[in-house]
Design a protein around this ligand. Structure first.
Ligand code: TRP
Length: 332
């Protein structure tokens, strides 16, 4: 049998995951676990690059991200879910790579630039500037073939490919050049109409939200501001609620658009339909979450086992890396 290709992807544990994450990556991750060997990293070291001053939240957030992943159907039998900081080989690789990655290539990384602006950094921390190098180590320690990501991560994958080519050329060809598997779905807008449903923007429906919270949030979502009465003719193309229908309610979206444009369905009824559809999606997710939430020790064990598997792969790669770099002074 042909060897399964390996995937690596993951999240920073900096808060709960929401519908935007579900649509953009989690759903796909679950689908891919049957065809590929899935490695899912909980990137706590990367979270520290922006949250080093509040590390006390990390253990809670690591658990939350694990629960989010398990609740959407990630199967720990099929996917290796692991914690970045417990794989020290990633830090070692990061150091080796950092010898030949230039500061300028990091300063010009468009995603780093955007984040520097978002966070309002005047001076940039060394670790933050270098996180794409660490991400290259996340991807290469297990020789991932594919990295499912959103568009904002493409510069990091490009850097990873460059690092691999450079390493293989400088020393010996031991690393695998990964490819990005770009998420094809458009980004989910926030409840407030903001272009992005964001963890830190307070405009999201979270996978862990209760039915009451989902309802309250859906009903607070902004719609076509030109529509006052239920019989006014609406413009679905500028309506947040309609964009959620297209994302999650393909079966009814078309009909809703027709009725909205004709003034044949009011926003309240339309939001009601959205809540019903979201509940269809979220109820089983919530159920799995409750299952794991009441078994947190099992989750911790899963994480430990996943981390051990990741370390096995990492140790093997480090042996080859040291040998390639002629620093395997005393054999393995
Ligand atoms: N940078 C990613 C994010 O912010 C998280 C991440 C860390 C990641 N390491 C990774 C994604 C490796 C893909 C591959 O969402």
């Amino acid at each position: 049998m042909e060897k399964k290709k390996r995937i690596l992807t993951g999240d920073r544990p900096t808060g709960q995951l929401h519908l935007g994450h579900y649509l953009g990556s989690l759903a796909n991750r679950v689908k891919l676990q049957d065809t590929y060997e899935n490695f899912i990293i909980i990137a706590d070291v990367q979270a520290l690059t922006t949250h080093f001053d509040r590390p006390e939240n990390l253990s809670r957030d690591v658990m939350n991200v694990a629960l989010d992943n398990l609740s959407v159907g990630l199967d720990p039998e099929k996917s290796v879910l692991f914690i970045q900081s417990l794989v020290p080989e990633i830090a070692e690789l990061t150091i080796f790579y950092s010898m030949f990655v230039t500061v300028n290539s990091l300063r010009h990384n468009p995603t780093v630039k955007t984040e520097v602006q978002q966070y309002g950094y005047k001076d940039i921390m060394y670790g933050f500037l270098g996180y794409p190098v660490s991400q290259a180590a996340d991807i290469t320690f297990c020789k991932a073939d594919l990295v499912p990501v959103g568009e904002d991560q493409l510069p990091h994958i490009e850097l990873t490919r460059k690092i691999v080519r450079r390493f293989n050329e400088l020393y010996k060809p031991v690393l695998t050049e990964p490819e990005a598997l770009l998420s094809s779905v458009p980004r989910l807008v926030g409840l407030d109409g903001n272009a992005k449903m964001g963890k830190s923007l307070g405009n999201g429906i979270y996978l862990a939200d209760t039915p009451a919270a989902v309802k309250q949030k859906a009903f607070s979502a902004v719609t076509d501001p030109g529509r006052i009465k239920a019989t006014d003719k609406g413009n679905p193309s500028i309506c947040t609620v309609y964009s959620y229908h297209t994302a999650f309610n393909a079966a009814e979206a078309q009909d809703i658009a027709v009725r909205c444009k004709a003034g044949g369905i009011g926003c309240v009824a339309c939001k009601g339909q959205l809540v019903n559809c979201l509940e269809g999606l979220l109820a089983p997710i919530r159920e799995r979450r409750n299952y794991y939430e009441s078994r947190k020790e099992t989750v911790s064990e899963l994480l430990m086992q996943g981390t051990m598997k990741a370390r096995e792969a990492a140790k093997e790669t480090m042996r080859e890396v040291r040998e390639a770099m002629s620093i395997a002074y005393y054999g393995d």
